[in-house]
Design a protein around this ligand. Sequence first.
Ligand code: FES
Length: 164
Amino acid sequence: MSALIESDVAALVQAAIEKHGRNPDAFIPILSEVNHVFGHVPGDAFREISRQLNIEGGRVNVVESQLYGLASFYDMISTKPRGRHVIKFCENAPCHVVGGKAVWDTLQETLNLKNGETTPDSKWTLVTTSCLGLCSVGPVLLVDDDMYGNVTPEQVTDILERYE
Ligand code: FES
């Protein structure tokens, strides 16, 4: 990690801790802020969060591996660099039974990606996610913050072409 990024991470973590506090309820919000800024949580950020929480008057004692475990559990946080655009495809049953499987297959074929992968040009990352609460308009996918419902395989190319 470069010196610039290292100082960025330290400053960002400090600001996130000041905003969210130091108790365990704050861990996910802190990780989310880092994820939002960098597109993922860099490895060194886990060390920095743990360092700042542990040495700066915190009553918690958290280690990097605990933070990494939390980050790995939540769909919204990534431990790996992602593409400029992230497609999140709902994989739960209500979307699956109304045609989700065909849409998922088309996404994978069109982008030549499997779940969790990123295109070589870093444009796209494709991931599955659990229910987005929009089951009545399934199949559902998100591209970044844009929601698409009632998606058909035929619409996939058109949706992808909206993004540079
Ligand atoms: S099951 Fe897909 S949005 Fe709920």
